[in-house]
Design a protein around this ligand. Sequence first.
Ligand code: IPE
Ligand code: IPE
Ligand code: MG
Length: 229
Amino acid sequence: MNVPRHIAIIMDGNGRWAKNQGMPRIMGHYRGAEVAEEITRTCIDLGVEYLTLFAFSTENWNRPREEVELLFDLMRNYLKEKKEELIRLGVRLKFIGRRDRVGKDLRRMMEELERETAENYRITVVLAIDYGGRDDILRAVNKLIRLEFDHVDEETFSYFLDLGDIPDPDLLIRTAGEKRISNFLLWNLAYTELYFTDVCWPDFSSEELYRAIEDYSGRKRKFGRVLDE
Ligand code: IPE
Ligand code: IPE
Ligand code: MG
């Protein structure tokens, strides 16, 4: 198997999964958070270097206030609860997205976790919280304006985006049957291989991940070139 260096996942379908079980949507998010941990472990075992997980988009603020509040409670509790385990596993954590709207407590936790896991090297897990691809690009542009750049190349521009020096994802997985990017990493996904599955995120498993990687392994990545026959 050709294991991707960087896997990005749009973890979708938590609400539908919960509804199918006759449970409130938030239960799908709880189960989804557990799945994220399982998939992180599997990625470590497989030797994946970077795993980027879309947890909350800039558009998700438009959900009912109660769901947004519960989601942020969940993220705070999850990070608090899993902190020691993540460190034990050798996870380097990085957060992408805006930091100015997520609340002081979560912002502090993000900074602390990034600092405390900075030396870990088994895998880099990137959590996208209040992340939007367009917002990422605009924040980079505004940084460049403030620094009075009058010209930038692709490499410099990439560096100013939230992923910084992390290589572009090789494989993007989206669960729950939707076939769209939903404002995820717009710049960085330029040549990423896309994989869609109907399985809702709370039902996603290591087996499903192997299936996606197997599919990816059979792809011919051409980057615009002509491959020798
Ligand atoms: C993904 O599941 C989690 C977030 C976007 C926070 P959804 O909550 O979007 O689940 P569906 O798409 O409504 O089923
Ligand atoms: C994308 O899922 C965002 C996350 C998984 C965090 P959504 O459920 O918000 O996307 P749409 O609304 O179906 O495009
Ligand atoms: Mg959804």
